[in-house]
Design a protein around this ligand. Structure first.
Ligand code: ZN
Length: 63
C-alpha cells in the first residue's frame, strides 16, 4: 500500500510523482506537494496558518 504523504507547508496530500522532498540540516525530511509550498516554507519562512490556500489554515476551525 502506498502511504500518502502530507505537505509540510499546506498539509495537503502529495501526489507521489509530483512531490518534492527536502532534507534539512538536522536530518529531518520535509515533504512538499509543490515548488510553491517549498518556496513558501524554506525561502519565505511563512506561517501556513496565515494563508487561506493551505489546509492548515482551514483546519484551524472558525473563530
Ligand atoms: Zn503543499
Amino acid at each position: 500500500m502506498l502511504s500518502v504523504k502530507k505537505c509540510f507547508f499546506c498539509g495537503g496530500d502529495i501526489i507521489p510523482a509530483r512531490g518534492q522532498a527536502y532534507i534539512r540540516n538536522d536530518g529531518a525530511v520535509l515533504n512538499f506537494c509543490s515548488s510553491k509550498c517549498r518556496k513558501n516554507a524554506l525561502k519565505l519562512k511563512r506561517d501556513p496558518r496565515k494563508y487561506k490556500w493551505t489546509e492548515k489554515y482551514q483546519s484551524q476551525g472558525k473563530r
